[in-house]
Design a protein around this ligand. Structure first.
Ligand SMILES: [Zn+2]
Length: 86
């Protein structure tokens, strides 16, 4: 794998990302605190955006959400239910 591909991979949060567990823990905590916006429509990732901001990584938000959608994660709780463990 080239250096560039590797760097691109590090920017997309997926279950193979080294910080995935940290992300899922935050997502679970925010979800229990403030709930999920999924009832407002698809692609509501308020808690995921907050988790990524807190983690402070240089994440590619657009590519990460595309990955979530491709794996059944259309809102914060679906990321935990469907994408985690994929
Ligand atoms: Zn939801």
């Amino acid at each position: 794998m080239s250096r560039m591909e590797n760097e691109q991979r590090e920017r997309v949060l997926s279950p193979s990302h080294p910080r995935w567990q940290e992300f899922i823990e935050k997502l679970g905590r925010f979800g229990s605190e403030t709930g999920c916006d999924g009832h407002l429509g698809p692609k509501r990732y308020r808690n995921a955006i907050r988790a990524m901001a807190e983690m402070g990584g240089d994440f590619d938000i657009e590519e990460t959400f595309k990955f979530f959608e491709d794996h059944g994660g259309y809102c914060d709780c679906e990321i935990v239910l469907n994408v985690d463990g994929w």
